[in-house]
Design a protein around this ligand. Structure first.
Ligand code: NZQ
Ligand code: ZN
Length: 386
């Protein structure tokens, strides 16, 4: 096992009808900005429940954070935070709203004139930084943002990840019933996102991380069991509760501690969203099967373990077993209603040059757990996904 630090300070409040407890987690004298997206939280009543629970507080609302949140939008919130001296941020939404709120928290305390360098510069988890305290009310199980220190912001025409321990949410409310109103495609996106967060930390090189491997396999098997069911029966509480908790656990640092991590599927996927607006989960379903085929020699041991333990495939040559596991993975994504080829989204071979330029511009030229995934290999992966 590799050396690691594990730190996760987020207090999880899980279960039905618990928003009335929000005030227990925010200082009584705080001026709170509630950050939300395009209006689903208004339409379905979540915002009203949140403001009711916080009626004794000074509240400001900032709505309009778009999917794949944009730097310019978030900087408007930063202006308002600074003018109105807000001292606590509450995100009510999915990954985009939670990530956007983390960025607002960081940028509001940033001292220089160029907050975009938090995205485009050398900002890292070890940089000196401060952030406003924040909490979240999750409405979409997918990203794990509710219990991690990362976010992704769109700046100009690129998606830029950032990470810092000061943006861990202090608390997150996870009420599965709030997610019942999601359209089926967003639930499917969430299942795929949690699945691929797990494979990014599992389908790498073996380091005898038995807890990490078996926990990752448990998450993958659970997602396979419940994925279609929670789309077909959105109000089956236990099934949805399992999706919510698995999605959180897939990216809160637990299964990634002490093992190599890849993340190349995410980085290649971000380019597809940046240029064509394809939903994050769908980009992962496009890239992962192709990534596994192109990298099957590097990942051979873990792919065989994945085939046997997650899909119970044992018969055949190593090559056949690995291909059968990749075919099963694609079939699983398809069974959720998510297509796995670029052409399914109207994207043609001519787009690949743009994706490669996008990766190059962000310095994404040595990706994966082995840092040898260069632009030529990225090109092959996109080509195999056509
Ligand atoms: O904007 P509103 O009106 O709220 O509608 C949203 C949005 O249109 C809707 N929605 C959310 N909750 C709902 C709902 N509709 C009905 N009922 C509800 N309960 O869903 C749409 C998509 O929301 P979004 O937040 O964009 O989706 P998701 O949670 O999948 O987040 C995607 C973003 O997270 C980033 C992605 O890159 C992308 O920008 N990621 C963040 C990560 C992290 N922080 O660790 C890791 C991930 O890999 C990912 O990269
Ligand atoms: Zn993701």
């Amino acid at each position: 096992m590799l050396n690691f630090n594990f730190y996760n300070p987020t207090h999880i409040v899980f279960g039905k009808d618990r928003l009335s407890e929000l005030h227990q987690h925010i200082p009584a004298d705080a001026k709170v900005m509630i950050v939300y997206g395009g209006g689903s939280v208004k339409k379905y009543g979540t915002l009203q429940k949140v403001t009711e629970a916080l009626k004794s507080y000074q509240l400001i609302e900032f709505g309009g954070v778009e999917p794949n949140p944009r730097f310019e939008t978030l900087m408007k919130a930063v202006d308002q935070v600074q003018k109105e001296k807000v001292d606590f941020l509450l995100a009510v939404g999915g990954g985009s709203v939670m990530d956007g709120t983390k960025f607002i928290a960081l940028a509001a305390k940033y001292k220089g004139n160029d907050p975009e360098t938090l995205l485009t510069g050398n900002f890292s988890p070890s940089s000196k930084a401060e952030a406003l305290p924040l909490g979240t009310v999750l409405t979409l199980p997918a990203t794990g943002s509710e219990m991690n220190m990362g976010g992704v912001v769109t700046y100009q025409n690129g998606k830029y990840p950032f990470m810092h321990p000061c943006v861990f949410p202090q608390f997150s409310f996870l009420d599965p019933t709030i997610t019942y109103t999601l359209p089926p495609i967003q639930v499917a996106n969430g299942v795929v996102d949690a699945f691929v967060h797990t494979t990014e930390q599992y389908l790498t090189q073996p380091v005898d991380g038995r807890f990490q491997d078996r926990t990752a396999e448990g998450i993958l098997q659970t997602l396979i069991e419940i994925g279609r069911k929670t789309i077909d029966h959105p109000e089956d509480y236990d099934t949805r509760a399992n999706l919510v908790w698995n999605a959180t656990m897939a990216l809160n640092g637990l299964i990634g501690a002490g093992v190599p991590q890849d993340w190349a599927t995410h980085m290649l996927g971000h380019e597809i969203t940046a240029f064509y607006g394809v939903d994050h989960g769908q980009t992962l379903a496009i890239v992962l099967p192709s990534m596994l085929r192109v990298r099957k020699d590097k990942k051979k041991d873990k792919l065989l373990q994945y085939a046997e333990r997650v899909w119970q495939i044992k018969a055949g040559s190593d090559e056949e077993i690995i291909e059968a596991a990749i075919v099963k993975t694609e079939a699983f994504f398809n069974s959720l209603g998510i297509k796995t080829k670029l052409s399914d989204y109207g994207i043609e071979a001519s787009a690949i040059d743009q994706f490669i330029e996008g990766l190059e511009k962000k310095g994404m030229t040595a990706l994966s757990e082995t840092r040898d995934l260069n632009l030529d290999i990225s090109r092959q992966i996109y080509e195999q996904a056509l």
